[in-house]
Design a binder for this molecule. Structure first.
Ligand code: COA
Length: 437
């Protein structure tokens, strides 16, 4: 058993006892009331999950095990003082609840490199699909096809004790995270480049290797990938990708199926697809407003375009959030990255202008709960600056990152022996009766 698993087990046994006690001794404690609108508007604000990896504060944004993105910028190990923290460290923090040392990060980099071999049949499955298949279609298919390798599934069939489910889940999770950049990079190369496969480099960390296998070898791009992988990694338990992974995992489906379910949710326009929508929307706007004018004129034209989008009954992609009520710190992290590295980029300039223009317009509608930008408002602009302008691929990148959070939580779901998720539902008659109408 490696030392990470030993630590997990130590903490896990104690915490599992707490969860058990909460259910058996304190199960009747009422924690909050539930309103009709919460049930009918997507269970927002209704506590219904146990998630240990991160917590989303509406006013301050995401906290991974209690630490904000800007705090982790200082606290997580980097490979150079001016660089970005390595996502290996964030995974360690989310999994174990403690800050990693540089040695812990190095251990994970090596471990993931050693586990990165993708079974040949997965490559064959991908090759059976047209290169025009949407990258998220290819990505989720590849993940499901890799379930043939599930150690958890074999162990479960062999009849292991449920207190040991976490162990084989951890093994699947580590293999899956190690292989995701290989699969994603291959999808990128077969969809948008010459289809050649670039081997991972044993001297690179997980995120840099992802960039390398996509065909981008430059320290600045490696930093972009480390930052991108860190900020998209987790957003507490109720978002669609995290919740779907947990829900399917609660049926004891193997980690490959569980994570694939999360990815199919991430592919939706109101979730991880929004980063593509932002770029399509900006380019459609440029076609209408032109791009060769002084700033005042551009601003006026952008404002008109924003109002027109809303009047057509559409949303402004990249703005609003189901929980957040401030500018997303993940937006700010990308803005700071752009300030540090990017000099004058047309699309980034437009994104910055939109940040001035959109919130007052959304506020004036009186119904938008959060008029501020979310993570998706900036990510595409940064990626296109570095030449990655294949927008359909952006959600795959988001998905690779999201694995860090949702899969470390899946290990804890199994450690706690969380049961099958099975809420009840009611008919419209029931709601009418409750409301007295
Ligand atoms: C993220 C999102 C799905 C949250 O949905 P939500 O929690 O239902 O948001 P709200 O409660 O603020 O919605 C209230 C109203 O404001 C509207 N609204 C919310 N965000 C809006 C936006 N960016 N542009 C225009 N209108 C918006 C909603 O469509 C809704 O209108 P309706 O009552 O006529 O149906 C929503 O803000 C959105 O669609 N944003 C754009 C897509 C996006 O960026 N997704 C990525 C999220 S990380």
């Amino acid at each position: 058993m490696d030392y990470i698993k030993k630590k997990l087990l130590e903490k896990g046994v104690q915490e599992r006892a707490v969860v058990k006690r909460l259910i058996s001794e304190f199960g009747n404690v009422v924690v909050e009331d539930v309103n009709i609108d919460q049930i009918l508007t997507g269970m927002k604000g209704m506590t219904s999950l146990l998630t240990v990896t991160s917590k989303l504060d509406p006013e301050n944004g995401i906290r991974y095990r209690g630490y904000s993105i800007s705090e982790l910028q200082e606290l997580l190990p980097k490979n150079s003082p001016e660089g970005e923290p390595l996502p290996e460290g964030l995974f360690y923090l989310m999994l174990l609840g403690e800050l990693p040392t540089p040695q812990d990060v190095e251990f994970l980099s090596k471990e993931w490199y050693n586990r990165s071999h993708v079974p040949y049949h997965v490559i064959k499955v991908l090759e059976a699909m047209p290169t025009t298949a949407k990258p998220m279609t290819q990505f989720s298919t590849a993940i499901i096809s890799m379930a043939t390798d599930s150690i958890f599934q074999k162990a479960h069939r062999a009849g292991i004790n449920k207190n040991d489910y976490w162990d084989t889940t951890y093994e699947d999770v580590m293999n899956l995270i190690a292989r995701l950049p290989v699969i994603a990079a291959y999808i990128y190369r077969r969809s948008f480049k010459d289809g050649s496969f670039i081997e991972p480099d044993r001297d690179l960390d997980w995120a840099a290797n992802f960039a390398h296998m996509m065909g981008y070898d430059d320290e600045e791009i490696y930093r972009l990938f480390r930052m991108y992988m860190n900020i998209h990694a987790d957003h507490e338990g109720g978002n669609v990708s995290a919740h779907a992974t947990h829900l399917v995992g609660s049926a004891l489906s193997n980690p490959y199926y569980s994570y694939a379910a999360g990815m199919l949710g991430l592919a939706g326009p109101l979730h991880g697809y929004a980063n593509q929508e932002v770029m399509f929307w900006i380019y459609d706007m440029i076609k209408v407003i032109g791009d060769d004018m002084d700033e005042k004129v551009i601003r006026e034209k952008i404002e008109t375009y924003v109002r027109k989008t809303i009047s057509e009954g559409k949303v402004i992609p990249g703005y609003g959030h189901a929980v957040l009520r401030v500018t997303d710190p993940r937006f700010t992290a990308q803005q700071l990255f752009a300030e540090k590295y990017v000099k004058d980029d047309k699309i980034i300039n437009i994104v910055n202008m939109l940040y001035d223009i959109v919130p007052p317009i959304l506020k004036s509608l009186g119904k938008v709960k959060n008029p501020w930008p979310n993570v998706d408002a900036f990510s595409g602009a940064l990626l296109q600056h570095y030449g990655i302008d294949e927008y359909f691929f952006y959600t795959v990148m988001f998905g690779v990152s999201r694995a860090l959070g949702v899969l470390s939580q899946l290990v804890w779901d199994r450690m706690y022996n969380l049961p099958l998720e099975r809420p009840s539902s009611e008919t419209l008659e029931w709601f009418k009766e409750k409301a007295g109408i």
